[in-house]
Design a protein around this ligand. Structure first.
Ligand SMILES: NC(=O)c1ccc[n+]([C@@H]2O[C@H](COP(=O)([O-])OP(=O)(O)OC[C@H]3O[C@@H](n4cnc5c(N)ncnc54)[C@H](OP(=O)(O)O)[C@@H]3O)[C@@H](O)[C@H]2O)c1
Length: 237
């Protein structure tokens, strides 16, 4: 909350209005209330970013049905709740819907089935919605980041944040938040269907589309290595 208030203060310093409304995308009604307060305070909603997400990690055999359900509750149904809560506003404004997918919505790595399934689902949603809303003047942009600097790797399979955990991604592959934000804003402003963020992300998506056999070979070589959860030993290979 403090971080959001600080961010809002920075936005206000730029002469813009900002409103901080904490909510849980898995809780029924939270997003409807947030959208109503936004309408009352700011007058209209013309750009909506469904960003909330986390990663349930581990090979299928170490996970339960509950883990998969929890993953979908935030990454898929949370996105749907965001869209339902704001769709009429965005249609009225002939505005923009931005859905956070991932390069994992294009290719599924071992040890990331739950996360990849959720992001494949978001990609399907973005594609269908873009067609459905085109005649209403609404642009739908799917953002598919590779690795962007974030706290995602400090969050465990239950969605709990571990301050002490390492951020974890190889530095050379991670792009700074400001760079990613610039790419996202440009893509949304231009009403692009998809923005794949990071060079290696673009390469991975290209290869998966045009040389899936090569991707299979490389992933096979790397082995079924899974990203470990914060607060736990690495998942078995
Ligand atoms: N960073 C990457 O490399 C990367 C790559 C591919 C895709 N993505 C996607 O980008 C999006 C943002 O992730 P990030 O990298 O910025 O990770 P992050 O630093 O962990 O941020 C995740 C954000 O989602 C919010 N969130 C999680 N569960 C929520 C819930 N139930 N209700 C409301 N908010 C919730 C968190 O809020 P709290 O802090 O309040 O929990 C936090 O603001 C996610 O959809 C992620 O899957 C990121």
């Amino acid at each position: 909350m403090d971080r959001l208030e600080k961010l809002a203060a920075d936005v206000r310093d730029l002469g813009r209005r900002a409103l901080v409304l904490p909510c849980d995308v898995t809780a029924e009604g939270d997003l409807d209330r947030a959208a109503a307060r936004t309408r009352e305070t700011l007058g209209r909603i013309d750009v909506v970013v469904a960003n909330a997400g986390f990663g349930v990690m581990g090979p299928l055999e170490t996970l339960t049905l509950g883990d998969y359900r929890r993953q979908f509750e935030t990454n898929v149904f949370g996105v749907l709740r965001t869209v339902y809560a704001t769709l009429e506003d965005v249609k009225r404004a002939r505005g923009r819907l931005v859905l956070l997918g991932s390069v994992s919505g294009h290719l599924a790595l071992p040890g990331a089935s739950a996360y990849a399934m959720s992001k494949f689902a978001v990609r399907g949603l973005a594609e269908a919605l873009a067609h459905e809303l085109a005649s209403r003047g609404v642009a739908v942009t799917l953002v598919s980041p590779g690795l962007v600097e974030s706290e995602m790797r400090q969050v465990d399979n239950r969605g709990r944040w571990h301050a002490e955990a390492a951020r974890g991604s190889p530095k050379a592959l991670v792009v700074p938040v400001a760079t990613a934000a610039r790419h996202i804003v440009r893509a949304v402003a231009r009403r692009r269907r998809e923005a794949v963020i990071t060079r290696h992300g673009k390469l991975a998506v290209f290869l998966q589309r045009h040389a899936p056999w090569l991707v299979r070979k490389v992933v096979g070589r790397l082995g079924a290595r899974s990203r470990s959860q914060p607060g736990r030993a690495a998942a078995p290979e």
